[in-house]
Design a protein around this ligand. Sequence first.
Ligand SMILES: [Zn+2]
Ligand SMILES: [Zn+2]
Length: 223
Amino acid sequence: MAISDNTVKLLWGRAAGICSNPGCREDLTVLLEGIRGFNVGEMAHVIASSPTGPRGVAGGGSDEYENLILLCPTCHRTIDKAPSGTYSTETLHLWKRSHEASIRSNGMAKIFQNSEELKKHITFLLAENHALWATIGPQSSVAKTDPGSNMNEIWTLRKLDTIVPNNIEIINTIGANFRLLSKAEIYLFFLFKNHAKAFEQHQYTRLDNYPLFPQEFEKAMQP
Ligand SMILES: [Zn+2]
Ligand SMILES: [Zn+2]
């Protein structure tokens, strides 16, 4: 058995490419530079595949999402080399659960005083998404001039670690501050939300078509 591409994508995306150890939180996107395929590497087993490995049990642990946690190389080494019992199965599941929940709820607690500040923040997040798309997306010059490179894999993972989490933060932030927007702006926001939900789903299960990014929303968010 090996870890499937879809499992890698799920783990990477839900953790937003960040080490799940609450005391670390290292940005792992730097590791993507030399990847081949979806072999990002630091998908640590909660229960080792070998019965005698870290936290091993008879029969060994699976290569499925449920038994993996995204860590940086240092934390991966630390938890696997520590004396047995230091990092329990429960501890690692707790790290993973809280880290993924914090990505999901990012932005919910951000309260803005006026629409200008809110829009500045939304524009900042949209600009990061746009810049990433323009630099390494399918329309970028790198993708067009070097189609044999690993750009496609990198782009797939960067959508998951940056664009999807930024979209989640936009949805949560506007959800917590909608009182600062006009009715027309809220309508555009819901168009964006429909797009973002389908876009995320599309990363894991290809959809035949989904609502495109509404350009009017980006314009409306300009402070
Ligand atoms: Zn390991
Ligand atoms: Zn770490």
